[in-house]
Design a protein around this ligand. Sequence first.
Ligand SMILES: [Zn+2]
Length: 334
Amino acid sequence: MPVPDSLIRTLLSEYEQRRTVAQQQAQDRKTALYRRIPRLQAIEEELEAIGLRAVRRYLQSGSMSKEQIMTSLKQDNERLLAEKRRLLSEAGVSEEDLAVHYQCPICQDTGYVGGQKCRCLQQRLIDYAYDQSNLKKIIRTENFSTFDLQRFSTAIPYGESHSPRDNAAQVRELTQAYARHFPENSPRNLFFYGVSGTGKTFFCNCIAKAVLDAGYTALYLTAYDFCSAMEAYRFRDKSAAAPSPSIHDLIRDIDLLIIDDLGTEFNTALSVSDLFYGVNQRLLQQKSTIISTNLSLEQIEKVYTERMASRIAGNYRLIKLFGPDLRLSPRLAP
Ligand SMILES: [Zn+2]
């Protein structure tokens, strides 16, 4: 999964286009506004010329001190700004309406912040390396705004103290708070468990979208994909350029790693040790991880060793989901 230079070049020229379009749109908005209120353009020009006027006044004036000149210019500046504000508010236009609207306000669509790749560019490279089109498509339909509590049953199952719907309402609240405070959560990690079709992956996707929308990097992998990526890295062609970002880079750097469907991968000594490595490294790096599984913690201990179960028990918030399979009953009666 090496990132070829040509990809970076393609992405950066796309960024440049975005920037040009955003700046042009801002300019068009301004031009239209100036046509409506020509005085605004005059104010803008006067404001721009204020520095030049300062120099001129200083050179021409024999009697005024530098401080006096500065004070008078400051007054001019404030007067012009106040007039501008008044005209804008009379026209029902805010300063924000006139600003350039970049898709990524952090890097202003340049892809870089302080010489480092911005998160938006990092995410594009991650998407390329791991072909996340799957997640991209699914979070359009699976996110907090499409969450429908009515789909969860109100019947309290045997052995539970409340209904799947009450449980899902609590989980929604908890996961929304988690996404809102990301990455400052304690605990940093979530462990969704329960039988198939109870909404675990749905909640993972909801969080993934909220985290991506907030400008963080996120990677969704099934346990199977995770183990395959580890294996591909292990058996990569070592004479070729190192893959970038590699699965190891991502374990170290990505803001949120989601490992879905733990327990459905081919269970081998290697996959068990790869998964433990991943979970443990994320803890050491103090990075957020979400795991979803059909297994209980007791089963995790049996399949993945006691070490793995104790890392999860000690560092993850355990969230149980239960109820009838949502995929079989797309919409339950309220
Ligand atoms: Zn950016």
